[in-house]
Structure formats: structure tokens, C-alpha cells
Design a protein around this ligand. Structure first.
Ligand code: HEM
Length: 426
């Protein structure tokens, strides 16, 4: 995508009815609140590859608005303050486990441990119980089921362009696939039932929906679909970014040294580090933003469809039903928008005159508009808390075999290899 935009410009036709846009204004034109014209809907082939219960990410506009309003309670400042103790408990467990590696001198696959932590946190927030990943040092079978379904979903998205092949392949799926799906469904229903049995008013992300379940006319399958999308959207993304920022720091030692100095000067003990006090770390925030630019967790374009009557994007008339998208990774690597785009420079977010011409508004890793990320604040808080505590507790060195870690394939999410590091207690 980067090569194509560099060669053909800000708008590239990537299929007969699909356009890719690469310009700061494309965000507003495609995803922003639209005045006097209908919104771009989410592309059906991508968001509904098979007939399954809908959730907040792929619901139609009206029901989406209702779900989002209810779910927003769980993402408020107040809710986050109430969630902090729980989140901190899992982060402390992560630190304990990493200290054990330090004692034994064994290298650590930090990318796995970030995943275990964000999965346990989101499990508690979406289903009222962790997955036990930190305890068991592995991904629980239920999560593996979700990943397998995700990979299958991507194949089904591609097959949407060949409906006959898709129908045939689906009808030929072996009985074992169906059996695994049924088992997964049963486990998920049991999880949801246990959550529904818990006390009313639990400050988590699903409570808002449970409270208005009847009014919203939500079946158990729809509740589950929403909880599952929270798990996928709220764990792999944050864990990817934490792995990405760690890799970028360990391969850019000047930035890593500055960050260590900041964290260890601002705080004298780890008890001082919390969701509020991490605001005192501007360099760390710049490190995270620069990692979001170089390694955006959602790297590819998520397609929208041009509304009835067509619409203007970047001043061009786009006919109705054209698929359009913004491909983040390619956008953020363009020299037109960022100086020295392939090098990690947190300073570009701190007013360094060297980067005065950067178009920082290009960076929208959480998207904008009515369907932007609901979990943005939670994601930043989690990432800042975890990174600050890791930097405070450990000196980290990248293992030789992980030096090329960032060269990865991407299937909606990054195919992360093991980020192996050596930890030393500070
Ligand atoms: C670095 C971490 C994250 C990134 C980069 C990210 C990015 C995004 C993006 C790009 C979207 C728009 C998807 C679309 O247009 O189809 C989105 C939606 C969403 N995200 Fe995140 N996300 C992150 C973390 C989280 C977390 C921690 C949660 C909390 C559980 C979360 C919950 C959601 C929800 C509920 C939506 C759907 C919002 C709606 O449609 O109204 N995200 N996210």
C-alpha cells in the first residue's frame, strides 16, 4: 500500500469498486460526523463474513448508537477509577512472574506476558473473571478458540468475493470444526451465565448492557457477541502495542535511556505509580505515540461503504457503494507527513523543531468519529501503567534472535513472533 500511494498518489483504486485513501483529511471525510450527508456504513463483506449475532463493532447505525451509549458507562472516568484496583492486581502479578524469571536468569518472551496480562484484565472486565493466563503461564483454551475463529474469519472475508466457493467450502467443513465451535459456544454461555449471577452494579464493561438488556432487546447470543468483541478488541491491540514499544525502545537505546531516566526520577517507589500519576511522564506518552505510528495495532484499512447518492472524499466525488478505507501503516510511513518516517523519534511528539513540519493529526490509531474506539482511554491507561512499572522494575536487553522481530506479516492483527528479552532487576 505504501509503494502504491507513493507511486500513484493519495487515492489509489485497489479493486474495481474499492479505493484506498492516504491523506490527513481522509479521516474526517470517511469516518467523521457527517453534516448533511449519510454516514459511510461498515462494509458488509468485511464486518459480516458469516451470519452471526451482531455486536457494537458491526451493528447497523441505530442499534450501534444504543449499544454504544450503554457501554460508554463502563469506559467513563468514574468506572476506570473503580476498575483500577483490579487492573493493578493483574499488573502486580505480571511483575511477580517477571521477577521469578530474573531470579532464575532465564530469558523471557515478553510479548507472551503482555498478552497474558491484557487477556486477564479484559476477561475480568468483560466476563467478570480472568482467564488465568498469568497464573498458568499460557493462553487459555477459550482464547485459542477465539484466535482460531479470527483466522477463519479472515479467510471468509476474502472468500466473500467468491460466494459460491465460500458456500461450498463452508458446507464441506469437517465435523471436528463444528464440534470445536459447539464446545466453544457452550463454554462462553457458561461464562456469561456466571457473570450474570454476579452482584448488580459491578463496575465492568458489560454491566451497562446487562442493565438495559430488555430495553435493548439483547439475546444471550448478542450479549456474548459483545463480550467477545471486547475481548478481541481490548487485549490483542494493547498487547501488540506494548510489545511494539518495548521492541522499538530496545533497538533505539537513546530513547530507552531517556525513558528510564524519566520514570526513575519522577518516581521513588513503585507504589507511587498509578493510573493518575503516570500523567507525569510526558516522554513515555511520546514513546507510546511514536510506537502507535510505527507499529499501529490496526495496521490495515477497515473498509467502509460510500452512502446512497455518493459523497465527497478529498474533494473528489465518490459514487455510492464504493468501498473506501485508510491504511494506517502505509499512511504513517509516508515522508509527505512525517520526517524520517522509518526511524523511531518520540521527540516528534514533544515539539522538537526538527519535526515541526510533521502532520501529527495524521496519526489516528483509534480512528475518529461516531465509531471510534470506545476503549482509547482505558488502553492508554493500561499501557502507561504497565510500561512505567516494567521500566521502573527492570533493565531490559533484547535477545539476538529478536532483533528483526518487527518484520511481521499482518492478518488484521500482527502475527507477532516471540519478543525474547533478558531482564535484570533494578
Ligand atoms: C492500543 C489499543 C487499541 C487500539 C489501537 C484500538 C483501535 C480501535 C479502532 C481502530 C477501532 C475502530 C474499529 C472500526 O472502525 O471497525 C476500535 C473500536 C473499538 N474499540 Fe478499540 N483499540 C484499542 C484498545 C481497546 C480497548 C482496551 C478496548 C476495551 C475493551 C477497546 C474497545 C473498543 C470498542 C468497544 C470499539 C467499538 C466502538 C464502536 O464501534 O462504537 N479498544 N478500536
Amino acid at each position: 500500500m505504501l509503494e502504491m500511494h507513493e507511486r500513484y498518489g493519495n487515492i489509489v483504486r485497489i479493486a474495481p469498486d474499492e479505493l484506498a485513501f492516504s491523506h490527513p483529511d481522509a479521516w474526517q471525510d470517511i469516518m467523521g460526523h457527517q453534516k448533511g450527508q449519510s454516514e459511510f456504513s461498515k462494509a458488509n463483506w468485511f464486518y459480516h463474513p458469516i451470519d452471526q449475532p451482531s455486536h457494537v463493532v458491526n451493528e447497523s447505525r441505530e442499534q450501534h448508537g444504543r449499544l454504544r451509549r450503554q457501554m460508554a458507562h463502563g469506559f467513563s472516568e468514574k468506572a476506570m477509577r473503580e476498575q483500577e484496583l483490579m487492573i493493578r492486581g493483574y499488573v502486580d502479578m505480571l511483575l511477580d512472574r517477571l521477577h521469578e524469571f530474573c531470579k532464575s536468569g532465564t530469558p523471557v518472551i515478553l510479548s507472551d506476558w503482555y498478552n497474558y496480562t491484557t487477556f486477564d484484565i479484559i476477561g475480568d472486565l468483560a466476563f467478570g473473571e480472568p482467564f488465568g493466563c498469568l497464573q498458568g503461564s499460557n493462553l487459555d483454551g477459550w482464547i485459542k478458540g477465539i484466535f482460531d475463529a479470527g483466522r477463519l474469519g479472515i479467510i471468509l472475508q476474502a472468500l466473500s468475493f467468491y460466494p459460491l466457493v465460500k458456500r461450498t467450502l463452508l458446507s464441506l467443513a469437517p465435523a471436528s470444526v463444528k464440534k470445536a465451535q459447539d464446545k466453544h459456544k457452550k463454554l462462553t454461555e457458561q461464562k456469561m451465565m456466571r457473570r450474570m449471577d454476579k452482584e448488580e452494579g459491578r463496575p465492568d464493561l458489560i454491566e451497562g448492557l446487562l442493565r438495559k438488556r430488555e430495553e435493548l432487546n439483547l439475546s444471550i447470543d448478542e450479549l456474548i457477541a459483545n463480550a467477545e468483541i471486547l475481548i478481541i478488541g481490548g487485549s490483542e491491540t494493547t498487547a501488540s502495542l506494548l510489545s511494539g514499544v518495548t521492541y522499538l525502545l530496545l533497538t533505539n537505546l537513546t530513547a530507552y535511556k531517556k525513558l528510564k531516566e524519566e520514570v526513575r526520577t519522577v518516581f521513588e517507589s513503585q507504589e507511587e505509580i498509578n493510573l493518575i500519576s503516570v500523567n507525569k511522564l510526558p516522554y513515555m506518552l511520546a514513546c507510546l505515540d511514536e510506537a502507535l505510528r510505527m507499529y499501529p495495532p490496526i495496521a490495515n484499512g477497515l473498509p467502509r461503504m460510500c452512502p446512497e447518492g455518493g459523497a465527497k472524499v478529498l474533494g473528489e466525488y465518490i459514487p455510492a457503494n464504493t468501498y473506501v478505507s485508510v491504511h494506517q501503516w502505509a499512511l504513517y510511513r509516508r515522508e509527505d507527513y512525517f520526517k524520517d518516517p522509518n526511524t523511531y523519534h518520540p521527540e516528534r511528539f514533544l515539539g522538537d523543531p526538527l519535526f515541526a513540519d510533521d502532520r501529527r493529526e495524521v496519526l489516528q490509531p483509534f480512528h475518529i468519529g461516531p465509531r471510534n474506539c470506545l476503549g482509547r482511554n482505558l488502553a492508554y491507561s493500561e499501557m502507561r501503567l504497565i510500561l512505567a512499572l516494567i521500566i521502573f522494575n527492570f533493565d531490559i536487553e533484547i535477545a539476538d534472535e529478536a532483533r528483526d522481530w518487527i518484520k511481521q506479516r499482518n492478518f488484521l492483527m500482527w502475527e507477532k513472533g516471540p519478543l525474547k528479552v533478558h531482564l535484570t532487576r533494578v
